[in-house]
Write a protein that binds this ligand. Structure first.
Ligand SMILES: [Zn+2]
Length: 136
């Protein structure tokens, strides 16, 4: 007559004895479990922010063309570690072109794996970082 399978500590797998609602073998295991559970979202956010910052840096370094725009191939972006999974926002023009941005740097996909890199300095001004437009 087998009863319920032996219950185990959620954290370390140690067999549990005593109350049937116990989930941890010790306070240490309970604390460790909640520590990691609470930090998982923070780590995720930090990782995404790091990816966005890296994407921005890659775009800014590759976009060394005149007028703040430059045509680059996808391979160049990938070689530099660009992640197409993450961006801060998109901007759709009236003509129907969708620009993808990582902060003030972005790109327009041209097709055939080519991209036009762009920079929108007005985003920096909108953020109120101390720079202001000339009024005359
Ligand atoms: Zn345990």
């Amino acid at each position: 007559m087998a009863g319920n399978p032996p219950r185990q500590c959620v954290q370390c797998g140690e067999r549990l004895v005593g109350r049937t609602d116990k989930r941890f073998c010790s306070d240490a295991c309970r604390n460790l479990y909640h520590y990691h559970a609470n930090n998982a979202p923070i780590n995720y956010v930090r990782n995404v922010i790091n990816i966005l910052k890296r994407n921005r840096r890659i775009l800014s370094e590759l976009n060394d063309g005149p007028e703040g725009t430059k045509k680059v191939h996808r391979d160049k972006l990938v070689q530099n570690g660009y992640s197409f999974l993450y961006h801060t926002h998109t901007y759709r023009t009236r003509a129907g072109n969708t620009y993808v941005f990582c902060f003030e740097h972005g790109y327009l996909e041209l097709g055939e794996n080519w991209f036009t890199l762009v920079r929108r300095d007005e985003y920096l001004e909108r953020a109120g970082d101390g720079r202001s437009k000339d009024t005359n």
